[in-house]
Structure formats: structure tokens, C-alpha cells
Design a protein around this ligand. Structure first.
Ligand SMILES: Cc1ncc(COP(=O)(O)O)c(C=O)c1O
Length: 372
């Protein structure tokens, strides 16, 4: 397939996996041909299974630990209303976190009077992990982090945060939208109580599908968002009672775009075939190339580059007199190269489909832009 674009911006939107695209479109076509004749009640009931199964393999957990949704934001909203910390409690996170990671809790806090505590970041958008940990006390009911921060790619050690949260009886919710599909995650080993991820970035699905994980403790929560799929048997429809499933599927409550779900499942299966460890290695080698070619030109890399905190998201500060938004636009308009303008920085986030020659093309194009 001929590509007009060089997408180095998986932290924004993936170039959808061709397989995911095909699977999603085939499902849409079947619905357009015959509605429920081609997608019957049983298919609808079991519609989440392929994605649950694929995600369970990727997260090294049981299929009963996984639930599906339409977006990471919607899933986090349901969790926030399920936990609903009271005015005696606080919620700990970072100022650098993506707004959707924190807003659901801010909304709940508006209702209950709970306190939101956010650790600050420095001029490189870097948050000292200890600054977040220091905000945790005996009144903390939730610690919420983005596994990898969207602006500079800083990655946190999940185990450290789950241990700190559990030591005061709090839960750890992880937004893995910027890591799942790039960084290997062992959900059980991480100690996280909730993990959610959108499907259209590193997992290479389309819009409209997301996945989540729940620990045994989180499986006892009553979801904030409920609907006909919240009852154990979705086709035993009676509005005078609602018996939630025991497993993570209790957080599934409504009809989703099943094509998007099946497409995402196919894309994850494809990644499992390649192996998440080799994907991680590949992505880091491309990040290495970004760092090397930036530094060789005297461009400042603002992302953490040490082994324990880095990811495949590398942000570069534009040189004095240049604006990131302008550079990013010219890269797209004149060279067909996609990177993102985030927090005044040029964010580069390569993945599976990219190779070193494309990173070299990015920097030779940058040379041209910065020389005029
Ligand atoms: C960390 C993080 N969480 C969530 C989202 C948005 O997820 P969704 O569109 O599924 O709500 C993004 C998008 O950039 C993100 O970076």
C-alpha cells in the first residue's frame, strides 16, 4: 500500500492496523446488509469476547479480569463514580497527567468535597515520582497515574505506586493509554487495581474501542455507569432488578461499536504474534535514533532518557526563535511527516510500522525547516 504519510505520532493517533480496519469494516458491512440477521442476539451477547481474550493475553491476566468500553475516559468516569471518595478522603495524581485521567475525580470531588492532590512538574514536564508518593497519606483513597505521561513520555514504576497506595488502603488506577501496546505490562504483577487503555494509539485499533483490567478488589466496585448490559444475563431484561456479573464485565453497560472492538482484538492478536517484548525493543531503538539525531544537532531532548523512566515518546524543545506548532505544521504540509505539538514541544512517538530511515527523514526535513 502506498503511504502518503509518515506517521511518527502514535501517541496521538495510530495509522490503524490494516487488519483492524478490515475486520471493523467487514462487521459494518454485515450490519448494513442484514442488521440482526447477520449479527444476532448471541453474537451481540458475546461481542466483547474477542477483545477480552486478546487483552487478557497482552496483560498476562485472566479473561475474567478484563472489560471493554468505548474510550479510556468513559471507563475512568465509571470507576471514579464507583469509588466516589468522600470529603474525608483525598485523590493523589500529577499535574502532568492527561486531563481525562484526573477530571473524572475532580467531578466526583465537586460533588463530595474530596480533596484532589496533584504533584507539580518542572520545566521539562518532568514529575519526580517521589513528589507524587509524598502526597499519599492515611486519608488517600485513590492514587491515579498515567503509566506513561503524554507530553514527555515519562514512565512510572507501577509496582512502586501500587505498594504505596495499598500501604494506606488506597487503590491504584492506571491510565495505560500511552503505554499499552508499547510497554510490556503484567497487570497482576503491577499491583494496579484498575488499568484502562484507549485502542486507537499504541494498540493500533480505530476509534470507539478501549479495554480495562480490574483487580479482585476493584471487581467488588459498583460501576458508576450502568445499563442493560450491567445485568448478568443481558437478554433477561427486567428493570426491577440488576444483578451485576462477578467478573470485570460488570463495568460493561451498553452497546458498543462491535466492529471497532473486533478490529482492536485482531490488532492485539497481531501484536502478540510479533511479541510485545520485541515491539518494546523496536520502539526503544527508534527512540534512541530520535535522541541521537536530535543531540547531534544540538537540539534539546526534554524527555527522560534513563532506562527506568523512558518510553518511545521523545519530546524535543524547538530552538530559540522557533515555535513547535509552526514546525509541526510544516513537517506535515511540506514533508508528509506527522509528529505532535504538545506543551510547546515537538513530540515524536514512533511504533511498529516505523523504521530508522523515517527518523532520518524527519531530521533532514527539520534541518531544512530550521535553516529557513
Ligand atoms: C493518557 C491518555 N489518556 C486518555 C486519552 C484519551 O483517551 P480516550 O480518547 O479513549 O478517552 C489520551 C489521549 O491522548 C491520553 O493521552
Amino acid at each position: 500500500m502506498g503511504h502518503r504519510w509518515t506517521n511518527l505520532s502514535y501517541a496521538n493517533v495510530a495509522t490503524t492496523s490494516p487488519l483492524a480496519h478490515r475486520v471493523s469494516r467487514e462487521w459494518e458491512d454485515s450490519l448494513a446488509r442484514g442488521g440482526a440477521a447477520e449479527f444476532d442476539a448471541d453474537a451481540e451477547k458475546l461481542g466483547m469476547m474477542p477483545l477480552r481474550e486478546a487483552a487478557a493475553k497482552l496483560l498476562s491476566c485472566d479473561v475474567t479480569d478484563v472489560f471493554c468500553g468505548s474510550s479510556a475516559t468513559a471507563m475512568m468516569c465509571s470507576v471514579a463514580w464507583a469509588v466516589m471518595p468522600s470529603e474525608k478522603h483525598n485523590i493523589v495524581s500529577s499535574r502532568a497527567a492527561f486531563p481525562s485521567t484526573v477530571y473524572p475525580w475532580s467531578r466526583v470531588a465537586l460533588e463530595t468535597g474530596a480533596e484532589i492532590r496533584l504533584a507539580s512538574y518542572d520545566h521539562n514536564h518532568y514529575t519526580k515520582p517521589q513528589d507524587i508518593l509524598d502526597l499519599i497519606d492515611k486519608n488517600t483513597s485513590v492514587v491515579v497515574i498515567s503509566h506513561v505521561e503524554y507530553a514527555n513520555g515519562q514512565r512510572y514504576d507501577l509496582r512502586k505506586f501500587s505498594e504505596a497506595a495499598h500501604s494506606v488502603g488506597a487503590i491504584l488506577m492506571v491510565d495505560a493509554t500511552q503505554s499499552m501496546g508499547m510497554v510490556p505490562i503484567d497487570a497482576v504483577e503491577s499491583g494496579a487495581d484498575v488499568i484502562v487503555s484507549s485502542g486507537y494509539k499504541w494498540l493500533r485499533g480505530t476509534y470507539g474501542a478501549a479495554v480495562g483490567f480490574l483487580s479482585p478488589k476493584a471487581k467488588s466496585l459498583i460501576p458508576g455507569l450502568v445499563g442493560f448490559r450491567s445485568h448478568k444475563d443481558i437478554w433477561d431484561m427486567r428493570s426491577d432488578r440488576m444483578n451485576l456479573p462477578e467478573d470485570a464485565s460488570r463495568f460493561e453497560f451498553t452497546t458498543l461499536h462491535f466492529g471497532a472492538l473486533h478490529g482492536l482484538a485482531a490488532s492485539i492478536e497481531e501484536m502478540l504474534e510479533t511479541g510485545i517484548e520485541s515491539i518494546w525493543k523496536h520502539d526503544l531503538s527508534l527512540a534512541d535514533a530520535v535522541i541521537e539525531l536530535a543531540q547531534s544537532r544540538g537540539l534539546e531532548v526534554v524527555s527522560p532518557i534513563d532506562h527506568d523512566q523512558r518510553s518511545a515518546i521523545v519530546s524535543i524543545r524547538p530552538p530559540a526563535g522557533h515555535h513547535s506548532a509552526h514546525i509541526v505544521k510544516r513537517l506535515q504540509d511540506e514533508f508528509g511527516i506527522l509528529v505532535t505539538d504538545r506543551s510547546g514541544m515537538i513530540r515524536i512517538s514512533p511504533h511498529i510500522d516505523n523504521e530508522r530511515s523515517q527518523i532520518e527523514l524527519l531530521f533532514s526535513s527539520l534541518d531544512t525547516i530550521l535553516s529557513k
